[in-house]
Design a protein around this ligand. Structure first.
Ligand SMILES: NC(=O)c1ccc[n+]([C@@H]2O[C@H](COP(=O)([O-])OP(=O)(O)OC[C@H]3O[C@@H](n4cnc5c(N)ncnc54)[C@H](OP(=O)(O)O)[C@@H]3O)[C@@H](O)[C@H]2O)c1
Length: 267
């Protein structure tokens, strides 16, 4: 049966990145888009591409640094002034700082927590009060949030918290027309440094990694089925479940050995 066109917009944060872009094209099939990212230039050219591919769609955007409360409030005012409402929110924006905790600066700690967690909570709260009758919330967490990850500790903690929040909210919103799904991808072929990391992980990386398009497709299917959590790909389901049979200390020592070899920053 052909689906009825939906009222309102799909709100996508992190729209200008690899996974965000895939969600933009996948969600344009369902309705109009409201995009955000930090770069006005990237957002404007993404809007052009999307409008070329989907001439029937309206694409709006607002450039904002989501770690800044001031930017977020400016974006919320912009939306309210125009009376936009939403039938889907995809919280994609995130960053992956990877190093020993002692090597962080105070500034980096705040940045990592804000972009991965605070931003998603804030957008979710705003969109809930500007929603259409039905709302789907898709939170892009990570398989890295399933276990504590030494040398990736803050990333792993923020993603674990995002999944936990999604599960709680899902229950709070039961019966209110709101579906909430957390997505826990393994490696996704996006930025060149991530592609290099995946290659560096050999067979493990290959088995885990998926394209952004695959992740977007599986995520939207999971939210349509009202799944609590979605781990795109068989290997990711396997590594999230089977090692639980081993003591946590053993798992963490294994993770520490692999992850202590890499170091990267993000802003
Ligand atoms: N790639 C993977 O292997 C993988 C695996 C599991 C989970 N994930 C998660 O998936 C999400 C997207 O990852 P990706 O690989 O697509 O990364 P990416 O290409 O680096 O994209 C990150 C997106 O987040 C936005 N962003 C970053 N900091 C921001 C800030 N302070 N304010 C507003 N927007 C900000 C970026 O916008 P700008 O254009 O402004 O930079 C960009 O649109 C992240 O949450 C990541 O943790 C990724």
């Amino acid at each position: 049966m052909k689906e009825m066109p939906k009222n309102g917009f799909v709100f996508i944060s992190g729209a200008t990145g690899g996974i965000g872009r895939a969600f933009c094209f996948a969600c344009a099939k369902d309705g109009d888009l409201f995009l955000t990212g930090r770069s006005e230039e990237k957002l404007s050219s993404l809007k052009e591409e999307l409008e070329k591919a989907y001439p029937q769609r309206r694409v709006e955007y607002f450039a904002a640094d989501l770690t800044s409360e001031k930017d977020r409030l400016a974006m919320f005012s912009y939306i309210e002034e125009r009376g936009f409402t939403f039938f889907r929110l995809v919280n994609v924006a995130g960053a992956d700082v990877q190093k020993a905790f002692e090597k962080y600066t105070q500034e980096k700690i705040v940045f990592q927590c804000r972009v991965n967690l605070e931003a998603a909570l804030s957008l979710t709260h705003f969109v809930l009060s500007h929603r259409e009758k039905q709302l789907e919330i898709v939170n892009i967490s990570s398989i890295s949030g399933v276990y504590p990850m030494p040398y990736f500790a803050i990333y792993s903690a923020t993603k674990g918290a995002l999944t936990s929040f999604s599960s709680s909210l899902r229950l709070e919103m039961k019966g209110k027309g709101v579906k909430v799904t957390a997505i826990e991808p393994g490696g996704v072929y996006t930025r060149p440094d991530i592609r290099k990391d995946i290659e560096g992980q050999g067979l493990w990386g290959k088995l885990s990694a998926k394209t952004p398009e695959y992740v977007a497709k599986k995520s939207l299917r999971a939210v349509a089925k009202n799944k609590r959590v979605c781990r795109p790909g068989f290997w990711n389901k396997f590594i999230a479940a089977v090692p639980k049979l081993l003591p946590l200390g053993v798992r963490m020592r294994f993770i520490a050995r692999r992850w202590s070899k890499l170091e990267k920053d993000a802003f």
